[in-house]
Design a protein around this ligand. Sequence first.
Ligand code: NAG
Ligand code: NAG
Ligand code: NAG
Ligand code: NAG
Ligand code: NAG
Ligand code: NAG
Ligand code: NAG
Length: 682
Amino acid sequence: MAKFLLELSSVFLFLLIPLSSQLDEVFFPGFKGAGTNLTLNRAAVIQKNGILQLTNQTNRLVGHAFYSSPFQFKNSSSGKVFSFSASFALVTVPVFYKLGGHGLAFTIATSKDPKGLPSQYLGLLNSSDLGNLSNHLFAVEFDTVQDFEFGDINDNHVGIDLNSLVSNKSETAGYYTDDSGVTRKDLNLSGGTPIMTWVDYDSAANLLTVTLSASSTKPRKPLLSFPVDLSPILEDYMYIGFSASTGLLSSSHYILGWSFKINGPARSLDLSSLPQLPGPKKSPTKLIIGVTVPVVLITLSAVAIGVYLYRKIKNADIIEAWELEIGPHRYSYQELKKATRGFKDRELLGQGGFGRVYKGTLPSSKTQVAVKRISHESKQGLREFVSEIASIGRLRHRNLVQLFGWCRRGGDLLLVYDYMANGSLDKYLFDQPETILTWEQRFKIINGVASALLYLHEGYEQVVIHRDVKASNVLLDNEMNGRLGDFGLARLYEHGANPSTTRVVGTLGYLAPELPRTGKATPSSDVYAFGALMLEVVCGRRPIEPKALPEELVLVDWVWDKYREARLLEVVDPKLNGEYDEEEVVMVLKLGLICCNDVPNSRPSMKHLVMFLEGEVELPESLKKPGGGNSQNHEGFDEFLFNSFASSSYGKMSASSDTGTHFPSFNTTSPHSLLHARGETR
Ligand SMILES: *[C@@H]1O[C@H](CO)[C@@H](O)[C@H](O)[C@H]1NC(C)=O
Ligand SMILES: *[C@@H]1O[C@H](CO)[C@@H](O)[C@H](O)[C@H]1NC(C)=O
Ligand SMILES: *[C@@H]1O[C@H](CO)[C@@H](O)[C@H](O)[C@H]1NC(C)=O
Ligand SMILES: *[C@@H]1O[C@H](CO)[C@@H](O)[C@H](O)[C@H]1NC(C)=O
Ligand SMILES: *[C@@H]1O[C@H](CO)[C@@H](O)[C@H](O)[C@H]1NC(C)=O
Ligand SMILES: *[C@@H]1O[C@H](CO)[C@@H](O)[C@H](O)[C@H]1NC(C)=O
Ligand SMILES: *[C@@H]1O[C@H](CO)[C@@H](O)[C@H](O)[C@H]1NC(C)=O
């Protein structure tokens, strides 16, 4: 009965719309000759065989294909969005047999060429407009990478995205084979085979459904049902089409056919009559299997002799078997050499404890990159380290400097990072900087680094300890956002040539006092370093300043002294000329002091710090210096913390944390492992 009424209402609506000139339908059973009606942007092309290709297998691409004219989605007088229905067949072919890169989205947008970024942004949005109501963006994403930043459920999901890339609802790709929805079959989005999709919006019922299938027959029960009124999301006239992107990992994204209709069911597509992809590219292993055995043997021995001689002659770009297992993002040495013009000194960006950093432009994609060249004496450690680099390459956060890939040549390790136009934070703070950062910029940088550290400590499936948080490891992108770089690199240096010695890595002034004693980096030693960083950013000077007066030598002690003398604002960077938000400055200074507590268990966690910075929890009026020293107060910091949380703010805090009355104390973790399994740390 309800269904009958629904149908009746859509027929009724249908009658109200002038049928004649109004554009209300799209039907592309293959895209031959569709070029006149579609606007293709960036990587998108229509192939000769009539397949719409949105991206090829190059890294960090965006492809857009939108219908050239906008569709009327609303009756302007009532403001209510019409019903619509879309159907399309998509195929994703990953470069590497197992790993697909980023995804594709059916999109309703205000523009034919949304100004979106590649990778996790799917070519639709960027980090600053994410979630903004003025985006007027509707998308159904087919995502093959799990982005923790957006709360993705896995690396093979379909999601409904409204104005954001944090899905309002998502499900593992699949379909129900029966009406009751008991039997479910999973689909593999990056399996290289066609997937039929139906997206239906019922304006009378305010219901959006997404249905998938491996065949042309539409399953009765949709995969996703989401009750929503799209009227606030869509504008009167909108463009419809597809957007796809690739990232560090990449896939070719194809649409074989597309049908769309306003106020009625989209015409059905028959998979068997759509153009077909010429079979997925064979992976190298399959090729080898295909070759006859004698040829393989001859080739192998020839190769072995060749490799032996070659290695004798020159320590060249020899790829060892284990490197092939690591994953796809391995650049060739030649490519990086070309990118940096042969590692010329003119391209040198800097030289740090870990090696020299060169600016480069990748010849294939013209992307600007920073290439870090590290020499390492021990091959054993290198192998272990590189496999960790591969897992780190999967870390993704807007305040981390993205690692694009790597290359090994002999004992040299080359790491390829996103190029950060504005260089490192230290040169804006210390000595005589050319550009003085405003307080707003400084506060934004602190917040950015805090959220990156929170992500490393708690947002990823494993706890990642940075180990070398300091101003020169905070890089600034072209919007002056702070991005943490070099995560995990300290680990390489902890294993010296002799595996039985563990060197403590870190930088004087940022080094938690327990580290030289225990040698164990923990999340709370990162918090200590972050505290020192916060103080530096406010005070505009290094944590240890040899040129300062003796009583000002150690930044933390100096700030404590000024705090006790109730002259805290005297420590603020004079270069700010008194232009700052006093409340924020005081909060950051107090947080810096709390983090630089000598007792690891008394330091807050990154989660708590972010809550303070975001103003969710207020800091107490007065702090007491912990541990004694020359202070008269010998009460522990725990007591301070207990007191402050037992008061008003504790209730708010406990709502989103399970840590009880004390900050969590971290069991010390193994110094030999950068990536700790989550369970071990609790
Ligand atoms: C919009 O709805 C009004 C009644 O609410 C109707 O008179 C008008 O024809 C509709 N216009 C369009 C373009 O559907
Ligand atoms: C392409 O546009 C023309 C003119 O607007 C229209 O007549 C034709 O039906 C369109 N073709 C498709 C496949 O939508
Ligand atoms: C992939 O697309 C990009 C952007 O259109 C283009 O520059 C590049 O040459 C293409 N690569 C291949 C292998 O087709
Ligand atoms: C998807 O297909 C690829 C290639 O056939 C395969 O390697 C991968 O394991 C599959 N993933 C899932 C989740 O089935
Ligand atoms: C993000 O997108 C908006 C809207 O297109 C644009 O105004 C803004 O400059 C973009 N920001 C970045 C960092 O690209
Ligand atoms: C949303 O975007 C509009 C226009 O780009 C901008 O003016 C506004 O500040 C943004 N709102 C938020 C919360 O970022
Ligand atoms: C969709 O999710 C966003 C957050 O990602 C939220 O702001 C918005 O209200 C949600 N919309 C609906 C209709 O649930």
